[in-house]
Design a protein. Structure first.
Lengths: 308, 253
């Protein structure tokens, strides 16, 4: 069934878009990532103009993340206090990021920067996560299936002031690291046009030492606000949010998110992390190839809608 | 239906008003195109006849060229080059005016139907439809070629030689396929009658292409009230998220 998208001005197969939304929704529910780093390239591939793809996927992320968040709230796996602290940094970061993005767009190299950002961050995070979770899995096997409770070592993070108690996470740490994490993720999210969950999740696990089960819900909580903010920015400055495309994506997405949450509950945290790491690396490899191999068509057309 | 159309046209030709030697009388199967939610491209049938006062002059046969042109927009073409081992956009060229859609349909190959001079004057062929002012780059031509190559590949630019049926040097018809990703605006259909490569007569008609119904509503809201539109989008997203969650909870309990 073909549907004409009013803002994107292209006709697409409705079931294909529903499927894409569903796939990304499942990932969103399983891993607590918004899925923007997957859906945006996928939409390019189906022929949606890049500006519309970026803006509309932020809206879709709001929907699937909200659906997944409700499931997590019910299971009490959301540290709202931590989420608010992260969000405070996140909004400031996103605001700065939008300005950086605009400055780069004027210089004409924004595509390259976005791609490099993807390759560098996805590559680093994917590799780190994979190594760490494989090691954890091996350790768990060696110990007869029981993960040894490792005592957290005291680091420089514990020496920072403004300590706060995060009951859900079982942490008593300074607010400075979470605010910085939020700020950094917000900045990258605005530049890369994604929710930032794939950076947020590992940052919370490895930097803040939060338990994996709480991390996903908390990440979703923060993502909703950052992407919601981004949707509004895109709608008012670029007029590039396509409501029809968003509807199709989110119908698939919200259903997928529920399914994903169920799958996520049944899986071990280490397995989840290995899967997420592999997926992040796959996307990174694909983008790296695009930069390294000689493209079939050396020329490209800039989006015509940019013209007044 | 086409048969009756032709009968009517012949009647029109018979009643022939006084005028120049040979004139084109033409019609379009659609006066306007509406883009609806299930719009999946469209086809326009362009038909007509040649009205003559006297027997056809000369020995050269008459040929027909039909063009359909979409709204004209500026476009930036970028070229990649290898820098530090990766492929990066290095050069860019601004093409001042390129149609978003352009189809040329002819009775015989372009070279036989139209001379270079006439093509220059009437801007008929695809390269003539694009206007690029020099940007200081030595190989401006390769950017224009790339634009044509990319648009020919995605069906936005079409050259269909021999796609116009021309019967008895009088009646002609052709159908132009419009792709699904049409840009809104005024499209222009032109019909050229040529003899010996020279244009004898031209017919021109505008085909408005407009979004209608829900498509129009959404487009207008997004552009006239962007903040409201953004908030509506968010509200729908959050509602859909809640609804899915509620439905799943209901199913499970």
């Amino acid at each position: 069934m073909q549907i004409y998208l009013p803002i994107a001005e292209v006709s697409v197969n409705a079931f294909l878009i529903l499927g894409l939304g569903g796939l990304v929704g499942i990932l969103s529910g399983m891993f607590g990532v918004g899925g923007g780093f997957l859906i945006t390239p996928l939409l390019f591939f189906v022929g949606i103009p890049p500006a519309v793809a970026v803006a509309t996927s932020t809206n879709q992320i709001v929907a699937s993340s909200f659906s997944a968040l409700l499931a997590h709230l019910k299971r009490k796996t959301v540290d709202i206090k931590m989420g608010v602290v992260l969000l405070a940094g996140g909004l400031v970061g996103a605001g700065v990021g939008v300005q950086v993005f605009a400055a780069l767009a004027r210089m004409g190299q924004v595509d390259l920067l976005v791609q490099l950002c993807y390759v560098v961050f996805l590559g680093t995070i994917g590799a780190l996560m994979l190594i760490e979770s494989l090691r954890a899995l091996r350790r768990a096997r060696a110990a007869g299936g029981v993960l040894p409770a490792s005592r957290k070592q005291r680091t420089w993070i514990d020496a920072l002031p403004f300590k706060m108690r995060f009951r859900t996470s079982g942490l008593y740490i300074s607010v400075i690291p979470p605010v910085m994490v939020g700020l950094f993720v917000g900045l990258l999210a605005a530049i890369m046009g994604v929710g930032g969950g794939f950076i947020m999740v590992p940052a919370m696990i490895y930097l803040l030492g939060m338990p994996t089960k709480v991390v996903i819900g908390t990440s979703l909580f923060q993502i909703i606000f950052v992407t919601g903010f981004a949707t509004l920015m895109h709608a008012t400055t670029n007029y590039s949010v396509d409501l029809v495309l968003a509807m199709l994506l989110l119908v698939g997405g919200v259903v997928g998110a529920q399914v994903g949450t169920q799958i996520g509950v049944k899986m071990k945290a280490e397995q989840l992390r290995i899967l997420l790491a592999l997926m992040v690396l796959a996307v990174c490899g694909q983008l790296a190839l695009g930069l390294l191999l000689m493209p079939q068509e050396l020329y490209s057309l800039a989006d015509m809608r940019a013209a007044p | 239906m086409t048969g009756r159309l032709f009968a009517m046209l012949i009647a029109a030709v018979m009643i022939a008003a006084p005028g120049r030697g040979e004139q084109v009388v033409a019609g379009l199967s659609q006066e306007a195109i509406s883009i609806t939610t299930n719009f999946d491209g469209s086809e326009i049938l362009i038909y007509g006849a040649v009205r003559r006062e006297a027997p056809p002059p000369g020995i050269d046969p008459m040929e027909v060229i039909v063009t359909v042109q979409g709204p004209i927009r500026p476009v930036t073409v970028r070229r990649k080059d290898r820098r530090f081992g990766i492929w990066v956009n290095t050069d860019a060229s601004q093409i001042d005016a390129a149609p978003t859609f352009y189809a040329v349909q002819t009775t015989v190959p372009m070279a036989r139907a139209l001379t270079q001079t006439e093509d220059l004057r009437h801007r008929v062929s695809i390269p003539m439809a694009i206007r690029a002012v020099g940007t200081g780059l030595l190989d401006q031509g390769s950017f224009t070629e790339a634009l044509i190559r990319i648009h020919s590949a995605d069906g936005a630019y079409q050259l269909n030689e021999g796609a116009v049926r021309f019967r008895e040097q009088t009646l002609f018809d052709t159908s132009v396929r419009l792709p699904a990703n049409l840009t809104e605006g005024d499209y222009t259909a032109r019909i050229f009658l040529t003899r010996g490569g020279a244009v004898v007569d031209v017919f021109e008609q505008t085909i408005p292409v407009r979004k209608v119904g829900l498509e129009r509503l959404i487009y207008a809201l997004a552009h006239d009230r962007p903040l409201v539109y953004g908030i509506v989008s968010l509200a729908i997203a959050i509602f859909a998220g809640w609804l899915a969650s509620a439905v799943f909870r209901y199913i499970r309990s």
